[in-house]
Design a protein. Structure first.
Length: 484
């Protein structure tokens, strides 16, 4: 019987080999389908606590008590390490490089290895493959994360050089802030930017990169008028777009929605990117960064964090709506580059979250509150009562604020806050504490980061991965080769 069974096994094996040889190549290609439309979302500073705090706030203060973030409902989930080549706590340049190229580098370096050798990025691969590409961010376009996808530099601080690199990148769609790095040194403009600030240059040369973009066939938008025109822009045919609405970063979402700015939301920028890039025949690859989540966390700004995370999720929803129309051709991957602030949900022996305590907060800490105090203590107390819902300070809370005022008046810092404004950060921590949220840092942390994905080949992104493996997985899915 054993011999007969062995003969049958051999015959079966030969039959399988023969059948496999007869399978058309097209079947194999279908099994390894490549997404035509790719959305690569990066939440800067977006850790598990940031995602959960935003969802808690949404469910406790909204109409739906069971509300979830769109990204938290994606079927493929994973968790990622984020350390750089030279430190266990990364910065955005090294983390962005890992996500954009699949390689580790030192903190501060933009898509180059520690020895300075350039490494190819996913957007460069997409351009080589004939795809249209886009970069969308709520930071300056020349900031670390967007820079890693379309530039190479030894230092993230060389933003003028990074801006010039974009001219040769081939990227069809840019939208974000930081017009200052694209204008010549002697630039004078009667127009204000999209948040009402003066438009100036940060360049030390006479290059007008906006004019050079126009010369390359880009439709450009900047400043207050650019914000209005961008929102109303309806692309026809294949267009290229460069949009930089603000002098520096796009405003925090909490400030954007409470003011009559002409700045489009991250979701609106994402939708416009879809409108532009979907006109190209070979599909698109778009990187969308929620960059100010990180900035809010640096300032321990709980509502700044929550609002910008919700805005990021709204942009994810915009991509998800597109996915529902093209489910067999679309991939959405949502990651974070690192966690910021050491955000903790709950502290001491408390077992309650009090998200409704945050409903009266109307302004950001960094862009607004930090600039309020001018030595008039009564005016400051009145302001935080009206705009941060701190109308009934306890003796302990007031003593903390008074001490911070003393330090600010003396031009001193508070050691644990580093270089951050002592009064603004102390006030921010009181706001957070009322919701039972605490912070361990004003910097980045080394904690693991959640990710999620949906669509074509989404299963390749699940599980426990290093951030370099996410970049490599994206390359593998797209049929790209990320080379040193």
């Amino acid at each position: 019987m054993k011999k007969a069974y062995g003969k049958l096994s051999i015959i079966a094996l030969i039959a399988i080999i023969m059948i496999t040889a007869l399978v058309p190549a097209s079947v194999t290609a279908e099994e390894k389908s490549i997404p035509k439309y790719v959305f690569y979302f990066i939440g800067d500073g977006l850790g598990a606590a940031q995602r959960q705090a935003a969802e808690f706030y949404l469910s406790e203060t909204g109409e739906d008590s069971g509300a979830n973030l769109v990204m938290n409902k994606f079927p493929v989930v994973g968790i990622n390490t984020t350390y750089s080549a030279n430190t266990l706590i990364t910065d955005s340049a090294a983390a962005g490089t890992a996500l954009a190229t699949g390689y580790k580098t030192n903190s501060g370096m933009i898509s180059v290895l520690p020895d300075g050798k350039e490494v190819k990025t996913l957007i460069e691969c997409a351009e080589d493959a004939g795809m249209a590409t886009g970069i969308v961010t709520t930071t300056r376009l020349t900031h670390a994360t967007p820079a890693t996808f379309a530039s190479h530099n030894l230092s993230r601080n060389n933003e003028n050089e990074i801006a010039a690199d974009y001219l040769d990148s081939g990227v069809e769609f840019f939208a974000g802030g930081g017009v200052r790095n694209f204008l010549p040194a002697d630039w004078k403009d009667s127009q204000l930017d999209a948040v009402g600030k003066a438009i100036k240059s940060k360049r030390s040369d006479d290059r007008n990169l906006i004019a050079e973009f126009i010369g390359k066939g880009y439709k450009t938008f900047y400043g207050w008028k650019g914000g209005e025109n961008f929102i109303n822009f309806s692309p026809t045919g294949q267009k290229k777009v460069f949009a930089a609405f603000t002098y520096t970063h796009i405003p925090y979402e909490i400030d954007r929605i409470n003011n009559e700015y002409t700045v489009p939301s991250l979701s609106q920028m994402t939708q416009k990117g879809i409108d532009v890039l979907s006109k190209y025949d070979n599909g698109f690859f778009m990187m969308i960064e929620g960059g100010r989540i990180d900035h809010a966390c640096h300032n321990n700004d709980v509502m700044g964090t929550i609002y910008d995370t919700l805005a990021f999720d709204e942009a994810v929803k915009t991509a998800y709506d597109f996915y529902l129309e093209h489910p067999d051709e679309t991939l959405i991957v949502v990651v974070g580059d690192h966690e910021t602030g050491g955000m903790g949900l709950g502290f001491a022996n408390q077992y309650f979250m009090k998200m409704k305590e945050l409903e009266g907060v109307k302004v950001s800490i960094e862009d607004v509150l930090k600039h309020v105090y001018d030595g008039d203590r009564d005016a400051y107390y009145e302001y935080i009562s009206e705009n941060l819902s701190l109308e009934d300070l306890t003796e302990w809370e007031k003593s903390k604020i008074e001490y911070s005022m003393d330090m600010k008046d003396a031009g001193k810092s508070i050691v644990e806050f580093g270089s951050y404004d002592p009064l603004a950060i102390q006030t921010a921590q009181i706001v957070s504490g009322r919701a039972q949220i605490m912070w361990t840092s004003n910097g980045h942390t080394g904690t693991l980061i959640p990710m999620c994905a949906i669509g074509v080949c989404a299963e390749q992104f699940g599980g426990y991965k290093d951030n370099t493996e996410i970049g490599m997985a994206m390359a593998d899915v797209m049929g790209f080769e990320l080379t040193k």
